[in-house]
Write a protein that binds this ligand. Sequence first.
Ligand code: GLY
Ligand code: MN
Ligand code: MN
Length: 541
Amino acid sequence: MEAAVNYDVVSIDEFDALCRYCYAPRVSSLQATNASWLFITVAKEHANKVTRQLGVKNGLVYLPGKGVSQWEDSDMGPPFRQRRFFYYMSGANFPGCAVTYDIGADNLTLWIPYTPPSLILWFGTTPTPEECLDKSDLDNVKYIADLPNYLNSTVGEVCSLYVLRAEQIPKSLSLGLLKPTIKIDTSSLMPAMAEARVVKSDYEVAMIRRANDISSAAHRAVCAGLRQYANECEAEAAFVRACVAENAHMQSYPIIAGAGPNAATLHYDANDQPIAGRQHLVLDAGAEWACYASDVTRTLPVGGRFTAEGRAVHDVVARMQDECIAMIAPGTGFRDMHLHAHRVATQGLLELGILRRGDGGDDNVDAATAEEVERVLESGVSSAFFPHGLGHHVGLEVHDVAGKQRLMSTVSPWTVGSGRKNKRDIVLREDLVYMIKSSATAGTTTTTTTTTTTTAALGRPLEPGMVVTVEPGIYFCREYIEAYYLNKPELARYIDTDVLDRYWGVGGVRIEDCILVTEDGYENLTTAPKGEEMLKIINGK
Ligand code: GLY
Ligand code: MN
Ligand code: MN
């Protein structure tokens, strides 16, 4: 059996069968040489995984990498961002490449550009085939000028050419030369690759862990500086500074640093407002490392102390997160976790008096009975305050591909965007009510305990090697709550507007960690401070 690999260590030992050559991309902050020459040492492992998903013994997979691009009417362009499906099977993070995998011959070949001295003058060089081979587990590395010949000779020998989509059929392929028996398959590769990406390889977990370590340290740095900041932009700047100082130059998504009411905008990113007099700063920020994402949110009390209302809401969200994380193990249904988060939110909001029993229960009693919680939960009114999904896969995309079955529902589009939909689709009260009803019909246990069962029909059970976020939140977005809840008598009766008026200033609270599913439970990859530790750092203790 293969020993666990520490991907932070470069190890070369040709004589030890247990020892693998591990090239650590951007090993430690200050040792990196050329930051764009990244290779993953498991490209071949990934190619084999994709082939198992394809379920074929023959054929050629072809994936083009990204070229350089420019903005309209400009000679400048966005920072280079490699295509993720290409990267997964090649590990090459520079422009102008392609990769082929001859399934029958088990041959993974990277095709790279030759960089002439005139371009080296401006942009620096790219690695030679020897350098690429040296740093990767690829079988071959060749110059891309030879690719058309290879394709035209090899595709004739195999029965299928697999591409992600029709636009990626290689233009250099002389379609007229193809034998009638050859099939160009534009539909099988995407689902096979998306499914392969759902359960992470050890290498991928190591990269996601590193991204989380950098983000966690950067969140710590923001906590330490918080009381000096006058504007949201200073929190963003401090976070970026901490990441770049670790050689993590890319963020996984635009940083959200929203104070006061801005904390109630889920994907706020203006980050330009004063924070004085606000209760909270929601900081949702995650560095990228070697193309792998992290996704971390903390809600910081501006000034170092929570208000009574802010603390109460923060406590409810912390309980939603703690209890959902505790549920994580192979076989747990993510949808059950989502419903559990709503149950905790409903109970918490009832006990704060923001939610009312609605039909005869006594709202002056602090503790809500399990029956009262269930009845209010069934109305779906908690979706006014917790209007997004509990989480999503994290990997080469921050909202990573979901594979054949999404975490919370039965259907999964194969596209990269499916991870995003996974989080954003299920936001409406109707969705929540549907989930509650269908879980009950399927016999899913819906009690206040943290042990639940699920069926495959209700979303995808967790598996070891998945990395998912758990990111409950409670938000007070006035426009949203007024439009879709307070303006509807059948829902407004569950909300006490006098109490709610005291909470608008809380803005929003979200807490988000990246969790690895393990064989016997979970590991929290995010170590950003929370709870009392977070408060101590903010207050310089
Ligand atoms: N940062 C985006 C999200 O939490 O999904
Ligand atoms: Mn997230
Ligand atoms: Mn996030």
